[in-house]
Ligand binder design. Structure first.
Ligand code: FUL
Length: 496
């Protein structure tokens, strides 16, 4: 369900983007560095972000109590009372399910602040929860740290409560003051989430956000945090809210193609889903989706929680396509995750870990068309993502062959590119040796951090992979095959 709206229309915005300028006309000096003459590579922060693979979104605000998805800003803080709120329960659930970070909606579009901000009375301070003494952001960040998870925050730019919204600089000052509280008072924050949804303020006025100032504030206060929006600068929206990345998915993109957050155009979803092999910015895609139909908890959706099989599907269509899965699990009116949601997450984790438990290629001898002496082909069987095989420099196609002492049966293939050095492989083909000839098994395009492909079970002792075209020297950090304990989680679609 994509509820994003148009903020700016017309050619003025488009030409500003083409010039690399933002809406305020200032160049954004804080965007991730663009490398000239070299293919883009991730920063250490972007690499860490992607290797985490799974993050959990937590949507909580007055909507949890009104049943709405978008509050209008007129809600009384008096309705906010998640009496049994236990952020440790959220963090424990996430940790046990293999998630590495969580992102909380510190303020959604309704403008209600989950922390006792000095910027407005429209916050937990005016609510009956913990007698107005509570701070959800504090409990959330403490809980993340106690469980060893990264803490991230969502601060909606669109604010339907703030009187100054739509006024230009006054709202920018208000927003920066909120950001400064959140990024200055709660320890290390790993991700800051800028939602693209935008609407008019009082009197139909729209807000011109000062993105350069917003980005600079994040860089100054949390230099290690990544910033999300449809326009990055560090990680990009995948273009839908279904958890589905493009089957072809590049982590690079041309920055001018989505010049500012909220740049909603009919073609943008596709562009964000696929990325661009010629793009100059490394800006990998994040797939945000909810475990329930809505982002907030609604009692009538208790029996519409995604099943473990459905969550496996999401894993394949996001993490398995070089994206990161940001799965939303909304607390109920008590401030707790529901048992149904927890059970689904546990089932998902059991299925995922059972499937990926053993690489059946372990023990194979590996041969390559060419290798860099420091990066031998056997490195692809090593689970360490920093150990990789590299073809000889300057080649743009290559093959790898695996020979096992015995036959194995498998139905899932995992590939990983050595993305610390960028992403370059544009297509790959996999074949097995059966009945005295090489038989086609799977064909695909990009690989990136992780590419998962499913097919009907196949038995063989020899497998080869043809990397038919790459924009850079082909480098792989991982090749694995698995046999799923059951096939119930997927349609078993074949990408041949
Ligand atoms: C959207 C918002 O409008 C939804 O309410 C939700 O927060 C989702 C993650 O982003 O743009």
């Amino acid at each position: 369900m994509d509820r994003r709206r148009f903020l700016l229309a017309g050619s003025a915005a488009a030409s500003m983007g083409a010039l690399g300028l933002t809406r305020t006309g200032r160049a954004d000096a804080t965007a991730a560095p663009v490398t000239v003459g070299m293919r883009p590579r991730p920063t250490p922060q972007q690499l860490r972000w992607q290797r985490d693979e799974l993050a959990m979104f937590v949507h909580l605000t007055v909507n949890t109590f009104t049943g709405k998805e978008w509050g209008d800003g007129a809600e009384s803080p008096g309705i906010f009372n998640p009496r049994k709120l236990d952020a440790r329960q959220w963090a424990r659930t996430a940790k046990q399910a293999g998630f590495r970070s969580m992102i909380l909606t510190a303020k959604h579009h309704d403008g209600f602040c989950l922390w006792p901000t000095a910027t407005t009375r429209h916050s937990v301070k005016s609510s009956p929860w913990r007698n107005g003494q509570g701070d959800v952001v504090r409990e959330f960040t403490d809980a993340c740290r106690a469980e060893g998870l990264g803490a991230g925050l969502y601060l909606s730019p669109w604010d339907r409560n703030a009187k100054v919204y739509g006024s230009g600089e006054a709202y920018n000052d208000y927003y920066i003051a909120q950001l400064t509280e959140l990024l200055g008072n709660y320890g290390k924050i790993v991700e800051v989430w800028f939602d693209g949804a935008n609407g008019e303020g009082p009197n139909g006025r729209k807000q011109a956000y000062d993105w350069p100032r917003i980005h600079a504030t994040v860089r100054k206060l949390q230099p290690d945090a990544v910033m999300f929006s449809d326009a990055g600068p560090d990680v990009r929206w995948i273009g839908d809210e279904k958890g589905v990345a493009g089957e072809t998915c590049w982590s690079s993109i041309a920055p001018a193609s989505v010049p500012y957050p909220g740049y909603d155009r009919p073609w943008v979803g596709d562009l964000l889903g696929h990325g661009d092999p010629h793009g100059s910015a490394w800006r990998p895609g994040e797939s945000d989706v909810s475990i329930r139909p809505g982002w907030f908890w609604h009692p009538e959706e208790d029996d519409e929680v995604r099943s473990p099989d459905a969550l496996m599907e999401l894993y394949f269509s996001s993490v398995g396509r070089n994206s990161k899965l940001l799965l939303n699990v909304p607390p109920n009116r008590d401030g707790l995750f529901e048992d149904t949601d927890i059970a689904s997450l546990q089932g998902f984790t059991a299925k995922r870990t059972a499937l990926l438990a053993a690489n059946l290629l372990q023990g194979a001898s590996v041969h390559a068309s060419s290798s860099d002496i420091a990066h031998p082909a056997s490195n692809v069987l090593d689970a360490n993502p920093d150990a990789y095989w590299s073809a000889a420099r300057s080649v743009r196609n290559a093959w790898l062959e695996f020979e096992l002492p015995h036959e194995v049966e498998f139905d899932t293939l995992e590939l990983g590119e050595a993305i610390a050095l960028g992403q370059g492989i544009a297509n790959h083909r996999v074949e097995t040796w059966n009945d005295g000839a090489w038989q086609p098994l799977a064909w695909g395009t990009t690989i990136g951090h992780k590419k998962l492909t499913r097919f009907d079970p196949v038995r063989t002792s020899r497998l080869r992979m043809l990397l038919e075209f790459a924009y850079d020297t082909p480098r792989l950090s991982r090749v694995a095959v698995y046999r799923g304990p059951d096939r119930r989680y997927g349609p078993g679609h074949n990408e041949k």
